[in-house]
Write a protein that binds this ligand. Structure first.
Ligand code: GRF
Length: 233
């Protein structure tokens, strides 16, 4: 039975004990975060770093929307906050080249999409191969697309959830790293379900980033493995 009592549980359950992680990074993981809106997941990452549960630094935040509140969150945390307007570029490639240029001005090891509502192209994907994360508010491959929460409610499912995966050129596709189940309650409306999904996201995204900071993710043949911590059984 699916345990829905703790939507954002412990990633240890998924770690294999076969291969210990070898290369513990010497410096902190540097994140470039892409946003389009409120940035509550950005805030969760900033807070996890401040709380000492995520060994990383956010080196830059970039938005494709000038009114994205996440930009204010970044500024408040002393993080460079940049906005690029897609309308000012001739096409998607030109826009993504500009995003890439900004990312490359900073020490960025991984690109983290946190509510970034655009499909990124090969221009960015090729610069950070298998090092771009996306967060989606459903248990992929169910309810891909921009209306995952609405679609889950419309389908009357009893369980939905959140997914963190490696991004590729298709919306909400790419190797899945971690998922958390979130129950859909009988009286849920969009807001109540979205609120519970956010709680799960805010826990899961920093947890996955910490696995990356500990050098514990490997990807082979499109499949992600989470390595056990060295010394753990
Ligand atoms: C999240 O629910 C995420 O899954 C989706 O967009 C939302 C962003 O929320 N891709 P926020 O901007 O982090 O508050």
């Amino acid at each position: 039975m699916l345990d829905t009592s703790s939507p954002a549980g412990d990633l240890k359950a998924f770690a294999t004990s076969i291969e210990p992680a070898k290369n513990v990074p010497r410096e902190k993981l540097q994140l470039g975060i892409l946003i389009s809106g409120g940035g509550s997941n950005l805030q969760a990452i900033i807070d996890a770093i401040a709380a000492g549960i995520l060994d990383a630094e956010v080196s830059v935040v970039i938005s494709n929307k000038s009114d994205a509140y996440g930009l204010e969150r970044a500024k408040a945390a002393g993080i460079p906050a940049i906005c690029l307007n897609p309308k000012e570029f001739i096409d998607k490639t030109a826009f993504d080249s500009a995003i890439l240029q900004e990312l490359q001005k900073y020490p960025v090891d991984w690109v983290v999409m946190a509510g970034y509502m655009r499909l990124i192209t090969s221009t960015i994907l090729d610069a950070y191969p298998n090092k771009i994360l996306n967060l989606h508010p459903s248990l992929l491959p169910s309810f891909a697309g921009a209306y995952a929460i609405r679609d889950a409610l419309a389908a009357n499912v009893r369980i939905t959830g959140v997914t963190v995966h490696i991004a590729n050129e298709v919306f909400d596709e790419g190797p899945i790293i971690a998922q958390r189940a979130v129950p859909v309650l009988q009286d849920d409306d969009y807001d109540s379900l979205a609120q519970r999904i956010h709680v799960a996201e805010h826990k899961l995204y920093p947890e996955v980033l910490q696995l990356i900071a500990e050098n514990r993710l490997t990807i082979k043949n499109g499949k992600v493995r989470i390595l056990a911590l060295e010394g753990s059984k």
